[in-house]
Design a protein around this ligand. Structure first.
Ligand SMILES: NC(=O)c1ccc[n+]([C@@H]2O[C@H](COP(=O)([O-])OP(=O)(O)OC[C@H]3O[C@@H](n4cnc5c(N)ncnc54)[C@H](O)[C@@H]3O)[C@@H](O)[C@H]2O)c1
Length: 481
């Protein structure tokens, strides 16, 4: 049941530690809902940027939200954890939990944050509630972070509560997600903390699910693993569809309209990216294994995703003229539209795979070019010698044998005919199935859509008597219709 704020007393004050993608969006959304928010980040530049009313990264609508909430005074950035603790009843940990090579998450940064926060709470009067908003495996808040917090604060549970409140917002739609959450999940171990979080979240018009801390932590992993599995399932149907001349969207419409299934997250593409899915699925599997439980379905998700990315790169190579030295314009480098985040972006392994086969790649993105250049600078010479980041789409397309739509940024979808004329061969490989087919026809582009077997065929026009044949460089010639 959605709850309404009583309006009788102001909501509890909030402190946010970590003004990264998730922390900043959450902080700004609390402020927009009338909560007094104090933020802190260990990086001084980031503090300065937010204090001056800007977002340190590109995220649709976030800059505007930060500007208005810093101007209103509801979002304030300070230079020490002590100042955050002094002005906040509830303290959110929005710190990184990056992956380790063995699949577990690195708790180092959040443990350090908890230690520093505990030390600052030692000097505070009155009850404080620390809420773990970062994604952590079940049991972390209660068994790892609460003991650190309480021992460095020198306080017991009656003065220092610890709760879990995983965040479900997604990059690209962070502002809308943070302002209008589908649901809010909180994990609490005592009624005082539960009441405080209920009072805070009354400012949102969203259902509140109250469970145990470990239950809340598990919910986040179950949600992300299920979504990643849905995407991978659609990608496998998509590969089969390509082979037999079917458009995967026709299939998804047919089975996704079953309300037990649902069409969302059944969109075929080059594989999921972003900082969360792969990291969370691997940590979920690993954490279950550590407890003696096999998650066989979840174990397959990351491998299935890698297969799809490799397939996307092969689909691109299949459209190029034979022989070495073909040039591809890679359009869109972030992991999805609306963000400049390159973490786990499929553009990176696709560029590497094309480079490995001697394909020259000219890469463009309206928001993520600087980050891509940093990534490229750390790549081996074999990649750097064939992959170039370019400032304009025109430069990327000049003399290209194919363009690859990796992110459907609106400017790419608006494709003027002058762009087609810059290409050596007017082929657009749409890995996101987002380019309007009518526009491709009007701009004289041959559109090859991932997951649409009707559009995938060899560069040469097949004989009308024969079914189209696609040449897979992995599997040889194959029938597609
Ligand atoms: N990015 C998302 O879309 C998203 C969505 C849901 C959940 N999450 C989870 O949220 C957490 C944070 O993710 P993110 O993408 O915002 O990471 P991020 O790297 O963008 O942000 C983390 C921030 O914390 C700061 N920081 C590190 N140590 C600190 C300390 N001791 N004190 C203060 N600040 C410190 C860093 O400087 C950085 O600005 C992760 O657990 C992630 O899994 C992220």
């Amino acid at each position: 049941m959605p709850r309404k704020s009583s309006g009788s007393s102001p909501p509890p004050t909030v402190g946010v530690l970590g003004l990264g993608y998730m922390g900043l969006a959450s902080a700004a959304a609390f402020a927009r809902r009338g909560v007094q928010v104090t933020g802190y980040d260990v990086v001084a530049d980031r503090r300065e940027t937010v204090r001056s009313g800007s977002s340190p990264f590109h995220e649709e609508g976030l800059g505007e939200l930060v500007a208005s909430e810093t101007a209103s005074g509801r979002l304030r950035v300070v230079d020490s954890i002590g100042e955050v603790v002094a002005s906040s009843e509830i303290l959110f940990l929005c710190l990184p939990t990056p992956p380790l090579p063995n699949g577990r998450i690195d708790l180092g940064p959040i443990e350090k944050g908890a230690r520093d926060l505990g030390a600052a709470i030692a000097h505070a009067d009155g009850f404080r509630l620390v809420v773990v908003k970062s994604t952590v495996v079940p049991g972390t808040a209660e068994r790892v972070l609460a003991p650190i917090l309480r021992s460095s604060a020198g306080k017991g549970p009656e003065e220092l509560g610890v709760a879990s409140n995983p965040e479900f917002l997604a990059e690209g739609t962070m502002v809308a997600d943070a302002l209008h959450p589908d649901r809010i999940v909180v994990g609490v171990e005592d009624t005082r903390s539960a009441k405080l979080l209920q009072a805070l979240y009354a400012v949102f018009d969203s259902p509140l699910v109250v469970v145990t801390p470990a239950g809340a932590e598990m919910t986040k992993y179950a949600a992300n693993s299920f979504l990643a599995m849905k995407i991978s399932f659609a990608n496998e149907i998509s590969r089969f569809s390509e082979r037999v001349g079917v458009d995967v969207d026709d299939v998804v419409r047919g089975f996704g309209s079953d309300p037990r299934i649902g069409e969302r997250f059944l969109r075929a593409g080059p594989g999921f990216g972003g900082s969360c899915f792969s990291k969370d699925v691997r940590a979920f599997v690993r954490s279950a294994r550590d407890q003696g439980v096999r998650l066989r379905l979840a174990e397959q998700i990351v491998g299935a995703n890698d297969d799809q990315t490799l397939h996307a790169a092969t689909l691109v190579r299949d459209q190029l003229p034979p022989g070495a030295g073909a040039t591809v314009a890679l359009l869109g480098l972030s992991f999805k539209e609306g963000t400049d985040d390159l973490r786990e972006s499929r553009a990176l392994p696709i560029a590497q795979e094309l480079a490995r086969h001697g394909v020259r790649v000219r890469a463009h993105d309206p928001a993520a070019l600087a980050g891509f250049r940093r990534w490229l600078a750390a790549e081996p010479a074999s990649v750097q010698s064939v992959v170039t980041a370019v400032d304009t789409v025109e430069e990327a397309l000049r003399g290209a044998d194919a363009a690859v739509l990796q992110v459907p940024w609106p400017e790419y979808l608006a494709w003027p005919s002058s762009w087609t004329r810059r290409m050596r061969r007017p082929v657009l490989v749409d890995l996101r199935r987002a380019f309007p087919q009518a526009r491709a026809a009007s701009q004289k582009l041959r559109l090859v859509r991932l997951g649409d077997g009707r559009t995938i065929h060899a560069p040469e026009t097949p004989s009308p008597q024969r079914r189209p044949v696609a040449r897979s460089r992995r599997g040889g010639a194959r029938r597609v219709g």
